[in-house]
Design a protein around this ligand. Structure first.
Ligand SMILES: Nc1ncnc2c1ncn2[C@@H]1O[C@H](COP(=O)(O)OP(=O)(O)OP(=O)(O)O)[C@@H](O)[C@H]1O
Length: 335
């Protein structure tokens, strides 16, 4: 239903997105997840036909977002980061207005507006002026304007930002209720939003899609399942060599500072995460090998990888690689 093929966008000298490729199947909710500045809004605006790409193509229901923007706009609902509302209109008046400009025929408008109001649970507010609504209700009106012409595809850019926890749950439930009959892209920087709402996730970092999969498969693909976190006394690289030689150990990495929940790092200690092969329990061997080779073992605990680990791993590795590349360029320039 939505096909994005090698999209890139350059603003002046800023490369906002590079070679972004993914697709969304009919009825699916795809979470488009990335840290601030990753390129989510740029991608969403291109898909909605509001911004031309520098290169690449995107198709919605078979129509090119740039070449056939009129057909595309009839087939998508778009909720930008700031909903486009007319504050002096009533909820119902505004939805009639949007239905008209989205090309809903006069005969169909009443049914469509009524359906959008019911779907977004706005019955009590239909005659209220938008300016007087709370942020949560305004967001519902934003979603109602996106779906009033009953489009097959919906693009939501950070739909729960600024809402209180109760409103967040309501808006997430509303989005989930739209899946199946609609194809949805939900852009967000909030991890739990993806695990709670989406069937698949594309992770974007520094303008590039670094992974696309179901949340469960991302965990298996990138971490191989569960593992252990260790706090040891001694040199991290030596310990990594010792541990990588053990049967059942597939990966050993330093825990990034940002992911050190519950640890306050101390000098001369190393903090490692050991990933074990699925179905293997190498805990006893890890402890024995470390003590045998002269390391102190201060803490060892079993951990199940979370989507947060995967997200941090993907977004931190990319950053590290980029920092290394940047410093290589700087060294070359200095030489
Ligand atoms: N109009 C613009 N002119 C120049 N640079 C821009 C423009 N819009 C975005 N950028 C840059 O492009 C990059 C991607 O921005 P974008 O808004 O798409 O990211 P985002 O993932 O939506 O971030 P956020 O979650 O903070 O909204 C950033 O480096 C941003 O500074």
């Amino acid at each position: 239903m939505i096909e994005v093929d090698h999209l890139s966008k350059i603003y002046g000298s800023t490369q906002a997105i590079t070679d972004v490729t993914f697709s969304v199947e009919p009825g699916e909710i795809l979470g488009f997840l990335g840290p601030n500045g990753a390129g989510k809004t740029t991608t969403m605006r291109i898909l909605a036909g509001y911004l031309p790409a520098t290169s690449g193509t995107a198709r919605i229901a078979g129509f090119d977002v740039h070449e056939q923007s009129l057909q595309v706009r009839q087939r998508i609902g778009y909720l930008p980061e700031t909903p486009p509302l007319y504050p002096e209109m009533t909820v119902e008046g505004f939805l009639y207005f949007v239905a008209r400009i989205k090309g809903v025929s006069a005969g169909d408008r009443t049914t469509k507006v009524k359906a959008a109001i019911e779907r977004c649970n706005l019955q009590d507010k239909r005659h209220v002026i938008i300016r007087k609504l709370s942020k949560g209700y305004r967001q519902r009106v934003g979603i109602a304007q996106a779906i009033v012409h009953d489009p097959p595809a919906i693009i939501l850019d950070e739909p729960t930002v600024g809402l209180d926890p109760r409103q967040i749950i309501e808006v997430r439930n509303l989005i989930k209720s739209l899946a199946g009959t609609h194809t949805i892209i939900l852009s967000t920087h909030i991890l739990p939003e993806v695990s709670m709402t989406c069937s698949r996730v594309a992770i974007i970092n520094r303008g590039k899609v670094v992974a696309t999969n179901t949340p469960e498969q991302l965990l298996t693909q990138l971490t191989g399942g569960s593992g252990y976190e260790l706090e040891i006394g001694g040199e991290a690289n030596l310990a990594k060599q010792v541990l990588l030689n053990l049967p059942g150990v597939s990966q050993v990495e330093s825990i990034p500072l940002a992911a050190m929940h519950g640890y306050s790092p101390k000098d001369n200690r190393a903090y490692l995460r050991v990933i074990s092969q699925p179905g293997v329990e190498p805990g006893k061997d890890i402890a024995a090998a470390l003590l045998h080779t002269g390391f102190d073992l201060y803490e060892m605990r079993r951990v199940s990888a979370t989507l947060e680990d995967v997200f941090l791993q993907l977004t931190t590795e990319e950053k590290n690689m980029q920092t290394e590349a940047d410093s290589a360029v700087n060294e070359e320039e200095a030489a």
